[in-house]
Design a protein around this ligand. Structure first.
Ligand code: GDP
Ligand code: IMO
Ligand code: MG
Length: 431
């Protein structure tokens, strides 16, 4: 029996989803993105060559894998075309392996301008977005004004709607934010060319996934961002504008929830966050600096330094619940190699001793104090380790501690960026 598996980030993104999806893609026929846009940056390293994917699913390197962008993904024409081109330059025929839902909303240049103008006008209240127009594009989807890819094939109607929408955006840009408007003629030219370029890839993705199901194919759903950036359950308002949990895999593709067999939650062995917002376990000391350096913690999309801190089991427990995670993937264990002791946050405490009430929004988190358990470090290299037998006992204890705290088995441990630097503790995901 084929299996349908969802991979999601459990924290604030950048957990190493790209590496894991690429690795698991070996065993599947299809890889599907279901939310987010080119705010994501998923890194794959093969034979020391690094490739960062933003929109295209991380299964694209495998010749036998068909990649899909589901209706939940917002698409920047420029970003998609340049990513396809970049892959072609690497000798990967992305066009032959990619299909895009006709229901994907477009990110227009005016969405990008609005995102940037809003951030600039927000001063200290800014979210620290990636500036890719993600928030404004999802706003227009919810407001039922988006231009969807399928709309472009009735060009005269689409043209009118695009001009209307640009008129509205330009009004906001000029009158409210007092910045330059976008050039409507140029935008129309870009979009009409994009429509022609992309036409052979546009499909009914819900039907395509049903076709895979009927053929008994394994399907992998690739989440972007992470649980704490979820629009509903995350650290609101310092979140992204989509549903990053496993439930998003269904609404973002038109695949039924009863067909999902497993959900893999990916977390680093510590925490990172890019952008603004409370980060309970953030470190401002030398340990934080060491994690950033050893983990090369710079954003794969914007290049911004990532804030670093200890693993937060309270946030991860929430992520495990809301995505019904059936197994964990613990990445970047090797980054902790040089630490004498390692901490995990096991509880949040409020100033007056009251218990944490589960409000992961900014207001709920700002007040809490993290409570830690501390354990011995291993002070030896686990880098590129590929077998549990080669892990130091302290590192094994750390893995067990995470399993116990979350009550979910760790089936994959990652010890380096390459495919080979992986310990498969349980390889039965697709069997
Ligand atoms: P994603 O957004 O979840 O796909 O993660 P990113 O690609 O943004 O960030 C993860 C970074 O860590 C990338 O540079 C990966 O190449 C790297 N990486 C992934 N797994 C490991 C690991 O186990 N150890 C180390 N040292 N690096 C890793
Ligand atoms: P991957 O898929 C880390 C963060 C931004 C900002 C907030 C809102 O690589 O894990 P947005 O542009 O989405 O409106 O920004 O979300 N953010 C990410 N942080 N990894 C990501 O993606 C992110 N995508 C968005 O930094 O705080
Ligand atoms: Mg990333």
């Amino acid at each position: 029996m084929a299996k349908n598996v969802v991979v999601v980030g459990m924290a604030w993104g950048d957990e190493g989803k790209g590496k894991i999806v690429d690795l698991l893609a070996e065993q599947v026929a299809a890889v599907v993105r279901f939310q987010g846009g080119h705010n994501a940056g998923h890194t794959i390293v093969v034979e020391n060559e690094k490739l960062v994917l933003h929109l295209i699913p991380s299964g694209i390197l495998h010749e036998h894998v068909q990649c899909y962008l589901g209706n939940g993904v917002v698409i920047s024409p420029q970003a998609l075309l340049s990513e396809i081109k970049r892959l072609e330059e690497h000798g990967i025929n992305a066009r032959a392996r990619l299909c895009i839902s006709h229901a994907c909303p477009l990110i227009l240049s005016s969405h990008v301008a609005l995102d940037k103008a809003r951030e600039a006008a927000s001063g200290t209240e800014k979210i620290g977005t990636t500036g890719r127009g993600i928030g404004p594009a999802y706003e227009d989807k919810m407001a039922r004004r988006s231009i969807r890819i399928g709309d472009l094939y009735q060009w005269e109607t689409a043209k009118e709607r695009i001009l209307n929408l640009l008129g509205y955006h330009n009004f906001l840009l000029e009158q409210y934010y007092q910045v330059d408007p976008v050039d409507a003629d140029l935008e129309l030219e870009v979009i009409s060319q994009f429509a022609v370029d992309i036409k052979p890839l546009v499909k009914d993705i819900s039907a395509a996934l049903q076709w895979h199901r009927e053929r008994d194919d394994n399907i992998l759903f690739e989440g972007a961002q992470g649980a704490m950036l979820d629009i509903d359950q995350g650290t609101f308002p310092y979140v992204t504008s989509s549903s990053t949990s496993a439930a998003g895999a269904c609404v973002g593709t038109g695949f039924g929830p009863r067909y999902i067999d497993h959900v893999v939650g990916v977390t680093k062995a510590y925490s990172t966050r890019v952008g603004e917002g409370t980060f309970p376990t953030e470190l401002h000391d030398d340990v934080g600096k060491q994690l950033a350096e050893r983990g090369a913690e710079f954003g794969a999309t914007t290049g911004r330094p990532r804030r670093c801190g200890w693993l937060d089991a309270v946030a991860l427990k929430r992520a495990a619940q809301m995505s019904s995670i059936s197994s964990l993937c613990l990445t970047k264990l090797d980054v902790l190699d040089a630490l004498e002791s390692v901490r995990i946050c096991t509880d949040y405490e409020l100033p007056n001793g009251q218990p944490f009430r589960g409000d992961f929004g900014e207001r709920g988190l700002r007040e809490i104090k993290p409570i830690y358990t501390e354990m011995e470090g291993w002070l030896e290299s686990t880098a590129d380790c590929a077998s549990s037998d080669d892990l130091p006992v302290e590192a094994i204890n750390f893995v067990h501690c995470v399993e116990d705290l979350l009550n979910v088995p760790v089936s994959i441990v990652s010890t380096g960026a390459q495919r080979e630097s992986t310990i498969m503790r349980d390889d039965t995901l697709f069997s």
